[in-house]
Design a protein around this ligand. Sequence first.
Ligand SMILES: Nc1ncnc2c1ncn2[C@@H]1O[C@H](COP(=O)(O)OP(=O)(O)O)[C@@H](O)[C@H]1O
Ligand SMILES: CCCC(=O)OP(=O)(O)O
Length: 356
Amino acid sequence: MEQNKILVINPGSTSTKIAVYKGGDKVLEQTLRHKKEELEGFNKVVEQYEFRMKIIKDTLAAGNIDLRELKAIASRGGLLKPLPCGGTYLVNETMCEDLRTTNREHASNLAALIGYEMGKELGISCYVVDPVVVDELQPVARLSGLKGYDRTSVWHALNQKAVARKVAMMLGTQYKDMNCIVAHMGGGVTVAAHEKGRAIDVNNGLRGDGPFSPERSGGLPCDIMMKMVFDDGKSRKEMEKSLAGQGGFVSYLNTNDTREVEKMAQTDEYAELVYNAMAYQVSKEIASLGATLYGKIDAVILTGGMAHSKKLTSLIKERVSFMAPVYIFPGEEEMEALAAGVARVLDKEEEAIVYK
Ligand SMILES: Nc1ncnc2c1ncn2[C@@H]1O[C@H](COP(=O)(O)OP(=O)(O)O)[C@@H](O)[C@H]1O
Ligand SMILES: CCCC(=O)OP(=O)(O)O
């Protein structure tokens, strides 16, 4: 394996994560957390382009990274068209145009746009790996209940697959031979049933589906949605913000920081109720996917920023450990997984897929 230097860019809804890898080794890693107030001035995610670009360039300069030594850029893939297979995709103009013009908002849309521009400046290629739109839903999971309105899969594909592979290795098996349920608990929460290497069911983490999260509402009953639109007169923009950005903890407690919520919960009964409700909803989602896998589950895996919390993981474990052994991977393996995906292409172990 060559000692290629790879820059990794990962903008999340509450953070910007930056890393540089040389060979398999991490030379730099920084997570900049963004307070709700820092981002709420931007009307659209694409408007955060300059803000996030500056953070990335300043972090690289402060870390004394010589940009001329970089061989490639690995960016977290955003809300592209649904992709039937995971893998490493070359970022091209078509992909950038889709990301610029999509009406679906998520910080990961910025990653390829920033990486592609930096790549052009440096004369190197930019790639995305296992984007959030990898869609492996089984046919029965695709039906919503209303003809013409299918469910779609928008989720933490990259990290979920990376941690599932790790657990498979720990259990002496392979991801393609294992069944597991993974709950990624970050700014958004997605919970997926992985059957023999494919995520056959998962909630859409962005659009009112699944558990609520630090800044998302999760699935809202239809009568509530109807009331919001027809009785309370909410616009499309306001609805979108309620679903993602101003939902979940933000709506109840005005913060997207789980650590703050935990502090509040020590003295405030309402904050404790909200916190417990999120743990309850995540647990229910995990348990429901038990049926998806016919109860044949090798592992339940809790991951993402909130999995750092002993309090939260204990509450969930208490409710789901009857299903299978529960493994906890705090934070995420996204940075490593992005670098590894691009390294496989640079080392010619895998071909980059061209996005069309
Ligand atoms: N040690 C911790 N204990 C509890 N919550 C944490 C901890 N570290 C991070 N979090 C929470 O995790 C959430 C962000 O998760 P992360 O996966 O980093 O976010 P993003 O979706 O932006 O990538 C935030 O609510 C943050 O407060
Ligand atoms: C919906 C998939 C991506 C997602 O929610 O990511 P964050 O938790 O980083 O916002």
